[in-house]
Design a protein around this ligand. Structure first.
Ligand code: SAM
Length: 276
């Protein structure tokens, strides 16, 4: 890798413009020096503003490997979320959830996903039915299933997320059957394109837990549908809510008659729990 290094910062537009014009493939600033990456050593004499630098030959970097090194396991309650190459690093006392970082939201690194897994983890999900609205990578439905849910369904309006969720489920030992995904000793897990659409359900079809990592305005719109999809007394877990939007969610839950509304914050993000 060929680097031209000279004193300066990325704020110096004259320098950076000259480097780009000279054919740099990338620019970086480190400790008061600008580093410009080139394919070949160029005669920079035509650019007097670039005088005073030096050419360095550095070992090639594997950016993909560097990026992978930056990803750490995420512990959220009883669950640790890891990409497949860190699967061996999860302590035996934790429930291991493998999520391959990819096309869909939900690697566990975002505060909202982490808080939602913590909230699921605080419940006794043994044999429970769990609905995950806005499943993304499938992370929350899968966490619920691995924590013992008898039935978990992840819905998402984005069709691109569904194959990703299925692939993640397979990485976690689930196999596809006509009835959904199954795992030895585990319950049924499934993913489908869709959302809550104002349907009314028989009590027997309703879910024992509903979790949704969306955003405040959507929680407001869907609050009545959440109630309709849940068994009476069932816990509701909502996140994706910015702290300043908490009043909107609070009002929506109050309006629909949810009880025991509780909130917690992680940075600017909030998680709200309530009982139907
Ligand atoms: N559940 C994952 C997590 O906690 O990391 C992903 C959450 S991501 C913030 C929100 C997901 O909700 C996206 O995949 C998006 O496509 C989906 N979504 C947005 N609006 C929706 C709706 N009305 N119904 C169902 N899914 C929706």
């Amino acid at each position: 890798m060929l680097v031209y290094r000279l004193p300066g910062t990325l704020d110096n537009e004259e320098l950076t413009a000259a480097l780009w014009e000279a054919g740099a493939g990338g620019l970086e600033e480190r400790q008061g020096f600008l580093r410009a990456y080139f394919e070949e050593r160029l005669p920079l004499a035509e650019y007097p503003e670039l005088a005073g630098g030096e050419w360095l030959i550095e070992p090639d970097r594997d950016w993909q490997a560097d990026w992978k090194l930056g990803l750490k396991p995420v512990q959220a309650g009883r669950v640790t979320v890891v990409p497949s190459w860190l699967a061996g690093e999860v302590p035996a006392t934790q429930t291991r959830l493998i999520i391959e970082p990819g096309m869909a939201f939900g690697t566990g690194h975002h505060a909202t996903t982490r808080m939602a897994i913590e909230a699921l983890s605080a419940l006794d999900l043994q044999g429970e039915s769990v609905l995950d609205v806005g499943t993304g990578s499938g992370v929350l439905a899968m966490a619920a299933s691995l924590l013992g849910a008898g039935r978990a369904l992840g819905l998402d309006i984005d069709p691109l997320t569904i194959p990703v969720a299925f692939e993640n489920a397979e990485l976690n030992g689930f196999t596809r059957t006509p009835a959904g995904l199954t795992r030895t000793g585990g319950g049924l897990l499934d993913f489908a394109e869709g959302t809550l659409d104002g349907e009314s359900y028989e009590e027997s079809e309703r879910y024992g837990v509903l979790v949704a990592n969306l955003y405040a305005e959507l929680h407001d719109l869907l609050a009545a549908d959440y109630r309709e999809a849940m068994q009476s007394g069932a816990p509701l877990i909502l996140t994706g809510i910015l702290e300043n939007k908490l009043p909107l969610v609070r009002q929506a839950l109050e309006r629909e008659g949810f009880t025991d509304v509780q909130e917690r914050l992680d940075g600017e993000w909030a998680l709200v729990t309530a009982l139907n």
